[in-house]
Design a protein around this ligand. Structure first.
Ligand code: ATP
Ligand code: MG
Ligand code: MG
Length: 353
C-alpha cells in the first residue's frame, strides 16, 4: 500500500491515522512531541520541528501524499513539500486560514458574508473600528488564536480599556469584528476530491463553553433553506481554494436565518466528530479518501446525535459513559488531564431513524 504523511500528532492526526490504516495505508507523522496522541497509532514518527529541513526531506521521501492536522503548519514547509510530493489540502488554504484578515477578505471575495470587520494596526485604527461598530465588538489577533484565546471583547458601555485590550492580545496586527447577536452557531463539514467533486455532511449546531467547543448537535435547528445556504457557501469556498480534503466552516445564524461565516479550518474539524458515529463514512475516512484520489464516500446520516467533548476532568466520567447504550466513546490516549485539554469525545445516537 502507499504511505500518507501527516504533519501534526494531536488527536486529529491520530483519528486520521486510524482511518488511513482501515483503508490499508501506512502513516508517517511529523511531530516533535514524543508520545503524542497520533504516535500511538501511526506506523512511524519523525520527531522534529515542523520546519526542520532534514525532517521535511525525510517526510517527502517516505510518503506518497502529505496532509496536515492543524492550520498553523509553516506555509513555507508545506510549499517546499509540494515541490516534491502531493500536499493536500493545498498550501494556499493554510496561508489564508492562518491570518484572520486574509481569511475574512477571502470569504468576502467568494461572496460569503461575514461579520463586519476592521483591520487593526495600532490603537488609532482600533478606536476608529470601535466607532464603526457602536463600541460593541470583538478584537482578535490575526494569527495563532484558537479556543477563544487571543480575543478581547468590548461592551461599549464606558467600561472598556481600549489600550489594555490591545495589549492583552499581544498588540497589533489584529482585526476588530462587530459583535454579532447570533441566535445559534453552526458548522458545515465539506469534502472535495482531486477531481473537484464536493460532498457535505449535515449541518451541526455548536455550543461553546469558555471558548471551547462543548457540544455539536445534529441536525441543527435551522430551516432547510438556511442549511442549503451553508452547504453552498462551503462549496464556493472549496472551489475557490481548489481544495482537496475535508474542511470545516463555522457560521453565526441570525434570528432571520442570515448566515455570517466566522472562520474555516483547512482540516478535519471538532464539530465533525459526530460523523464517525452517525454516518457510514466519517470525516476522517472522507479526508483520507479525498487526498488519496479515492472516491468520496456517502455523507448521509443514519441517526440524529449529540457529540460532547470530554475536557480535562470529564475523563473521569468515562466508566459511566461506557455503560450508556448508544453512546460512542472515543478517547485520545492523553496521559495527563489538564484543565481545558481535549481528552476525548462521546457521541450519543438517538434511536429516531
Ligand atoms: P476555534 O477554537 O473555533 O478555532 P477561535 O479562537 O479561532 O476558536 P472564533 O471561532 O473566531 O475563535 O471565536 C470563538 C467564539 O467566540 C465563537 O465561536 C463565538 O461564540 C464567539 N465569537 C467570535 N466572533 C464573534 C463575533 N464577531 N460576535 C459574537 N461572537 C463571536
Ligand atoms: Mg479558530
Ligand atoms: Mg471558531
Amino acid at each position: 500500500g502507499s504511505t500518507i504523511g501527516i504533519i501534526g500528532g494531536g488527536q486529529l492526526g491520530r483519528m486520521l491515522a486510524v482511518a488511513a490504516a482501515r483503508l490499508g495505508f501506512h502513516t508517517v507523522i511529523l511531530e516533535p512531541q514524543a508520545g503524542c496522541p497520533a504516535s500511538q497509532v501511526a506506523n512511524r514518527q519523525i520527531a522534529a520541528p515542523y520546519d526542520d529541513e532534514n525532517a521535511l526531506a525525510e517526510l517527502a521521501q517516505a510518503c506518497d501524499v502529505i496532509t496536515y492536522e492543524f492550520e498553523n503548519v509553516p506555509v513555507e514547509a508545506a510549499q517546499k513539500l509540494a515541490e516534491e510530493k502531493l500536499v493536500y489540502p493545498p498550501p494556499i488554504a493554510l496561508e489564508v486560514s492562518q491570518d484572520r484578515f486574509r481569511e475574512k477578505a477571502f470569504l468576502n471575495d467568494c461572496g460569503i458574508e461575514t461579520a463586519p470587520w476592521h483591520l487593526v494596526n495600532d490603537t488609532e485604527s482600533l478606536v476608529a473600528g470601535l466607532a464603526l461598530f457602536n463600541g460593541k465588538a470583538i478584537l482578535k489577533t490575526r494569527r495563532l488564536g484558537y479556543d477563544g484565546k487571543g480575543q478581547a471583547r468590548f461592551r461599549g458601555d464606558g467600561s472598556d480599556d481600549v489600550a489594555g485590550a490591545l495589549a492583552s492580545i499581544g498588540n497589533a496586527p489584529a482585526i476588530l469584528e462587530g459583535f454579532v447577536a447570533f441566535e445559534r452557531e453552526v458548522s458545515v463539514i465539506a469534502a472535495r476530491d482531486r477531481e473537484g467533486n464536493v460532498r457535505t455532511y449535515d449541518i451541526a449546531e455548536n455550543v461553546h463553553s469558555n471558548g471551547i467547543l462543548a457540544t455539536s448537535t445534529v441536525p441543527a435547528a435551522i430551516s432547510p433553506a438556511t442549511a442549503e445556504k451553508a452547504r453552498e457557501a462551503a462549496e464556493k469556498l472549496l472551489n475557490a481554494l481548489d481544495y482537496v480534503g475535508v474542511l470545516g466552516l463555522e457560521f453565526f445564524v441570525l434570528a432571520d436565518g442570515t448566515l455570517l461565516a466566522n472562520e474555516f479550518a483547512p482540516r478535519v474539524h471538532n464539530s465533525g466528530h459526530w460523523t464517525e458515529a452517525a454516518c457510514a463514512i466519517s470525516q476522517f475516512e472522507q479526508h483520507i479518501r479525498a487526498i488519496s484520489g479515492l472516491p468520496l464516500g456517502d455523507t448521509a446520516r443514519h441517526s440524529d446525535c449529540v457529540m460532547e467533548n470530554l475536557i480535562g476532568d470529564d475523563i473521569a466520567r468515562v466508566p459511566e459513559l461506557l455503560k450508556e447504550p448508544a453512546a460512542v466513546v472515543h478517547l485520545y490516549g492523553k496521559a495527563e488531564a489538564r484543565p481545558g485539554r481535549k481528552m476525548g469525545h462521546v457521541t450519543r445516537l438517538k434511536a429516531n431513524k
